[in-house]
Design a protein around this ligand. Structure first.
Ligand code: ARG
Length: 833
């Protein structure tokens, strides 16, 4: 309408009488807000206004509308895309399944033989009852939204009575929410649902009407692959084996030369007995159980906390394991069989053994009998308990215990890893080692209790016992070592570690006897052994006759014997045929120019054996190259569940500035010394196998360092170098970007023992007493390199291990003494020989 009036207004043919009307009409249309979409007049009415040109109707596809439409279109598009994306994400997320595997004991239902048949009515109805109970527990819990199902896999008899039920529980939830799903929470829901009454004081409670033993409940996160093989179809390699006869050996043999091996053997014995599995040989790829493994479980399903033992590498030595119940599961995994894989093993039914005795000791200063860990010579099962009471015939006699490859020491604040010992009310921790030790209890009546550690099975223990004279523990003419052993006085200070802890070689004043002295004549075998025992060297003259070699000597190819520690691989040809220097292949770094805490930047290429080990992408430890595919480092770098897995580790070789390595390889395998003691840092050594051997073309930048000759003695005062990217001060928060080097001095073992006290013969100290030069956090596993004068070769004398702070005066760095581990290294790296 307004447009029309405007038109009329603008029409030049309009008469003056019409003007008033048109004015009125203008007033009418000018009422603000009456016409939508119109702006109010800017000027008050009545003021003369210039005549406007009549506006044309704006076309619908004007720019403004186009923008509005386009924006709306974009908005709709975004909303649709977002909805579709959300639907897609929520759909794909929901595919994440979480598997839990567990067991519990139902105490008020008796076992029926029919439960062995999975298709039987009895099994199906029992399984249904348990599944319903578990359904009820989880559908009324905080995880009800994610609970999918439970599956009963086995209903078996057991030594405690009632039924042992093994089951799986499956949850499905978005991946992003996976973190709220803790293993303990899922287990706690089940345990909390068991209503125990304090009145009858048993561990049995009611789980939705089922009488369940609270102490028997185990629930762990499980693997999808295990779930599929347990619940899914049988691949022909998994089976139940029932052992109903005592004295029979049931074979367990399986092998494959290609394809894959994934076997589950469920072993079940008659009620009241245990199972002993004896493994004669295993063929596997050695890779820290990443792909290949043989696992022995104390259950019928692969429950992690019920693992008795895991074997990750091939072996031919007989090993046996005992269950704590009448059942056992053995899983063998070798998913990519290239060569031969398999096991040769058998199992037996054995009775439960009591491990308690009272022993009367009669002899003095000799060992008259033996006690052992339960089921000796099998590995002893976790959670065992033994008690022994010794009574001597005289009040002046105490009890001496000789441990083979084991020692007990006062319990520290940390727990014990390999057995807790309570001896006359004092607590001790046990640990394995490579030599025997003697522990003496100066009392005629001794009560001993051994509690096995609660995790895995442990290596069998054999202990000899006997009486000893409390006032004179070692017989006359013998020396008492710190390891408790007694060695003939004459073997003190002879350069041989007879005590195994070097205590017979500490505090020695070495004066070479004159050759005509009586000592020289007494110790005839010192003659012609390649070692100048007397000052004038008479003992080494006229050496034409070959003498029988002893354990202390090295046998040359032509049958002449030389002292082991001085002959082999020392760069000097001792044997006439040179056999002592054969196969000692490691290069001599030529780029070292005489030019950490108190260290300085090294020069690029000076330490071509230095390696930086990265854990999940960050520098964590050091290591040394000893061959094309093997590195040597410290065991403590790999202590713990995550650290012992080789997958997150990478080795950076030929590196100077952190992060700029010439060669990086994943780690295929980590071999931690089996006697490594995380409490004392004893046996702090580990071998690492690279996934990819470093290429020959990099031999200018990467070179192996030499391993010292076995048992090589070091000279205190000798100058060596410690290198690494660790912290430069104790208080620093991060390591150095540039490889640091510091000169340190080898320190006398006696001095070091008096500083730290707990220095074993597997350790050596180096530093400067002022404290200025030292290794520090982050240098661990790295080399202590010493240059041999005779041939200029660099020797890996030590591995950075521990110390009190860093660079503190009078507290030198402690290193692993590599010369004590030569046979151990050669066992894994035979190519070094
Ligand atoms: N344990 C340390 C590490 O993990 C090395 C400590 C060496 N300490 C010393 N003061 N030398 O890196």
């Amino acid at each position: 309408m307004r447009q029309k009036m405007d038109n009329e207004k603008n029409d030049p043919s309009c008469k003056s009488s019409d003007l008033k009307i048109s004015n009125i009409s203008i007033q009418v249309v000018s009422v603000p807000g009456k016409l939508p979409g119109r702006r109010p007049p800017r000027k008050p009415i009545g003021k003369p206004r210039p005549r406007k040109q009549p506006k044309k109707r704006a076309p619908f596809w004007n720019v403004q509308n186009k923008i509005i439409l386009f924006t709306a279109f974009l908005f709709i598009l975004a909303v649709t895309a977002w909805t579709l994306l959300w639907l897609y994400i929520s759909k794909t997320e929901s595919k994440d399944a979480f598997y839990f595997v567990g067991m519990f004991r139902i105490t008020n239902i008796e076992f029926l033989p029919e439960y062995r048949q999975k298709e039987s009515r009895e099994f199906l109805s029992m399984a249904k009852t348990v599944q319903q109970v578990v359904n009820l527990v989880y559908t009324t819990s905080a995880f009800s939204k994610f609970y999918k199902q439970s599956v009963v896999a086995d209903v078996s008899s057991n030594n405690k009575g009632g039924l042992l039920v093994h089951f799986w529980i499956v949850f499905v939830m978005p991946h992003a929410k996976g973190h709220i799903f803790c293993e303990e929470c899922v287990a706690a829901i089940l345990k909390d649902s068991i209503q125990t009454s304090i009145i009858n004081r048993t561990s049995v409670g009611s789980l939705q009407g089922l009488a369940v033993d609270m102490d028997s409940v185990v629930l762990n996160a499980g693997l999808r692959s295990d779930y599929s093989s347990a619940v899914g179809s049988d691949n022909g390699c998994s089976r139940y084996l029932y052992a109903d006869h005592l004295t029979l050996r049931y074979p367990l043999e399986i092998s494959a030369t290609s394809g894959q091996l994934m076997c589950h053997f469920k072993l079940v014995a008659i009620v009241g007995y245990l199972i002993r599995l004896s493994i004669e040989s295993i063929q596997l790829e050695a890779d820290n159980c990443i792909t290949d493994s043989l696992t022995v479980y104390d259950s019928l399903l692969p429950i992690r906390s019920a693992i008795l033992y895991r074997i990750c590498e091939p072996t031919r030595t007989l090993m046996s394991f005992v269950s704590t119940n009448n059942l056992m599961l053995v899983t063998l995994k070798s998913p990519y069989v290239r060569r031969l894989a398999g096991i040769r093993a058998y199992f037996e039914v054995i009775p439960e053994q009591k491990c308690e005795s009272t022993i009367l000791v009669k002899e003095i200063n000799s060992f008259e009998g033996k006690i052992s860990s339960p089921y000796y010579p099998s590995y002893y099962p976790p959670k065992c308990k033994c008690t022994w009471t010794f009574q001597t015939s005289l009040s002046t006699l105490g009890i001496a215990l000789k441990f083979y490859n084991y020692s007990i020491t006062k319990k520290s604040a940390k727990g014990c890893e390999h057995g807790w010992w309570e001896i006359n009310e004092h607590m001790y921790c046990g640990s394995y080692m490579d030599h025997e030790t003697i522990f003496r209890v100066p009392s005629p009546l001794v009560h001993i209790q051994l509690q096995c550690s609660s995790r895995l099975s442990d290596k069998p223990l054999l202990v000899e016992y006997g009486g000893y004279n409390i006032s004179q523990p070692c017989p006359a003419g013998s020396f008492r070592c710190s390891s408790g052993l007694c060695v003939p006085q004459a073997q003190r200070c002879d350069g041989v570690n007879d005590c195994f802890d070097e205590s017979d070689e500490l505090f020695c004043v070495t004066v070479k006897p004159a050759c005509n002295s009586s000592i020289f004549r007494q110790h005839g075998p010192l003659v012609c052994d390649g070692f100048r025992d007397c000052e004038d060297g008479q003992d080494e003259q006229n050496c034409t006759r070959s003498i029988p070699c002893t354990s202390r000597t090295f046998k040359c190819g032509n049958d002449i014997c030389f002292r082991k520690q001085n002959a082999q691989c020392d760069g000097i040809v001792d044997c006439p045929d040179g056999s002592d220097e054969e196969g000692c292949g490691c290069s001599r770094s030529s780029s070292f120019l005489h030019r950490i805490v108190g260290g300085s930047d090294s020069q690029e290429g000076t330490w071509p054996w230095q390696v930086s080990l990265h854990f999940v992408g960050s520098a964590y430890c050091g290591a040394s190259v000893i061959s094309r595919e093997w590195l040597l480092s410290a065991a403590h770098c790999f202590h713990g569940n995550r650290l012992s897995d080789p997958t997150p580790w990478t080795a950076h070789l030929g590196m100077y500035v952190q992060g700029n390595a010439k060669f990086v390889s994943p780690v295929r395998r980590i071999v931690v010394h089996e006697y490594y003691n995380s409490q004392t840092f004893d046996y702090d050594i580990a071998l690492l196998q690279l996934s990819i051997a470093w290429p020959e073309t990099l031999k200018q930048l990467i070179q192996p360092i030499c391993i010292p000759p076995a048992g090589q003695k070091v000279r205190s005062g000798e100058k060596c170098w410690v290198t690494g990217w660790g912290r430069r001060h104790e208080t620093d928060s991060k390591g150095s970007p540039v490889l640091q080097q510091a000169e340190v001095e080898l320190i006398d073992q006696t001095v070091c023992v008096s500083t730290y006290g707990i220095i074993t013969s597997r350790m050596l100290c180096a530093g400067v007493m002022s404290g200025k030069s030292d290794a520090c956090k982050g240098d661990s596993g790295g080399p202590l390199s010493c240059r041999r004068k005779s041939d200029g070769k660099w020797i890996l004398t030590g591995i950075v291990s521990w110390g009190h702070g860093c660079g503190r005066p009078n507290f030198p760095g402690v290193y692993t003494r590599v010369s004590n581990f030569v046979p151990w290294i050669h066992k894994y790296v035979p190519s070094l020989l």
